[in-house]
Design a protein around this ligand. Structure first.
Ligand code: GNR
Ligand code: NI
Length: 167
């Protein structure tokens, strides 16, 4: 197991569409485990492979409370197959440290993907779980939460962030 380095905005790997995973092999399993370890250590509730420099469609997440038993999830090639409703929630991102903003996204999602054994997984989610899944799948498509803000709020958040990373 290993803690991986988290890439931060405006790293190019965060801006491009990640590739489908064709073979779920030992290297993918190891990367997923390392991503979970990196996520817990950060700490965060989700992590997408591009955030650790791997432009492939792999996400991990765990929204369990810290007093409760961990509920790690790993999804290979996740696809959002349905959404419902709208909700505004405050988001942050390990790749845009120090910046938080309210983001409007669907309230409920259905996501399909594969586990490390290659079995198809379908999840229905709402609340924080839906939120983190949408946030992570966005990373696979080259988007960070700032890209979901209005132009004006995006510019403000970006300016604040770029100022904070320069000082
Ligand atoms: O740790 C994280 N918290 C969070 C809070 C609200 C909405 C999304 C997230 S995901 C974030 C970790 C991260 O950057 N994943 O890509
Ligand atoms: Ni993020």
């Amino acid at each position: 197991m290993a803690i991986l380095q988290i890439r931060t905005y405006p790293d190019e790997v965060l801006k491009k569409r990640a590739c489908e995973i064709e073979n779920i092999d030992g290297a993918i399993a190891r990367l997923a485990k390392d991503m979970l370890e990196t996520m817990y250590e950060a700490p965060g509730i989700g992590l997408a492979a591009p955030q650790v420099g791997e432009s492939i469609r792999l996400i991990v997440f765990d929204v369990s409370h810290k007093e409760e038993k961990p509920e790690p999830h790993i999804l290979v090639n996740p696809v959002i197959t349905a959404t419902e409703g709208e909700e505004v929630m405050e988001e942050g991102c390990l790749s845009v440290p120090g910046i938080y903003a309210k983001v409007k996204r669907p309230a409920k999602v259905e996501v399909k993907g594969y586990d490390l054994d290659g079995n198809e997984v379908v999840m229905q989610a709402e609340g924080l779980l839906a939120r983190v899944i949408l946030h992570e799948v966005d990373h696979l498509d080259g988007y960070v939460f700032l890209d979901r803000l209005s132009r004006v709020r995006r510019q403000m958040a970006l300016k604040k962030y770029l100022k904070s990373v320069k000082s």
